[in-house]
Every structure is written in C-alpha cells, then in structure tokens.
Design a protein. Structure first.
Length: 170
C-alpha cells in the first residue's frame, strides 16, 4: 500500500462497513461515516511509518479493489507473540471475485513466514457472511466474546483463531 492509496482504501472500508454492517450497527452511525475523514486519519497513520503494521492492497486493472491490514495481537494494552488481522475489506462491487481470499492468503503467508504461531481476529457476531468466509479459510471461534460499543449500543464480537505453521500452500 502506498500513501496515494489511502483515499481509495478509505472508500472501500467505509462502503464495506455500510454494506456488511447494515442491520448490525446503528444506521445513524453508518450514515455518518465519512470517506474524507477516514482518509485523513489513514494518511496520518500511514505517514508515521514503521513496520509493525502491514497494509496490503489488491489491484485489478490498475484500480485498488481491496485492502487487508495485520499487526501485533493486542490483548488490552499488551502485545503478544501472536498476530492479529485488523481489517480486510473488498469493494462491494468486487465481493465474491476472490479478492478477499487472495488478500487473506497473502496476509496469512506473510505472518507464517515471519514466524508467528497464530493469527487472531475479531468479527461481529451477527456477520454470518464474514464468519463463513473466515471459517472456510481455516479460522475457528475460540469462545472469546466482547461487546464493541457503537453510539452507545453494544454490538457483540467473537474472536477467531488460526494456527500458522509454515507458509501457506493454498
């Protein structure tokens, strides 16, 4: 991912939230999401540099169509030896085209090659489509749940885990 990709990544992320989380998160929150504000935050974070957090994009015909981000697993304020998939979004027009699978596979391969033992992620409990996607990629729920507060509404998340042993061959 390059700095110039931030506006497109923000567009994909915001449209992804508005599409995938409809009915799961308060609509007023989804309606208030701003691509411009998200892009400004993303550019600021990206400008800090560093190698702990990895941002990858997928392109088709020269256009960014998906984004994945991973980094150290956060257990509260403590970082563990595990890695966390922070985000993966595909432009809604490209959903089902294999872009998400390719991004996830690349992220998993890089984390396995870096020697991480496990990859963890959090997903909205009611997001059955995403949960099915992760399960098909070898992730399983580990029983951990916590609420994600959105405009004063507790939206439950569940944690998924996948063991990483060597480079992926899928």
């Amino acid at each position: 991912m390059a700095l110039d990709d931030c506006p497109r990544v923000s567009e994909i992320r915001i449209r992804g939230w508005q599409n995938a989380y409809k009915g799961l998160i308060p609509q007023s929150y989804l309606d208030a999401l701003s691509v411009a504000e998200d892009a400004a935050r993303r550019r600021e974070r990206f400008g800090r540099g560093g190698t702990e957090i990895v941002n990858l994009v997928a392109e088709r015909d020269g256009e960014v169509v998906g984004w994945v981000c991973h980094g150290p697993y956060r257990d509260g304020e403590v970082r563990t030896e595990d890695v966390e998939l922070y985000a993966i979004y595909v432009h809604p027009d490209r959903a089902g085209d294999g872009v998400g699978q390719a991004l996830l596979s690349e992220s998993v391969e890089r984390c396995a090659a870096a020697g991480h033992g496990r990859m963890l992620l959090w997903v909205l409990k009611g997001n059955t489509r995403a949960r099915r996607f992760y399960e098909q990629a070898g992730f399983t729920p580990d029983g951990a749940e916590e609420p994600f507060d959105v405009d004063g509404v507790a939206v439950p998340e569940v944690r998924y885990v996948r063991a990483l042993s060597g480079a992926e061959s899928d």
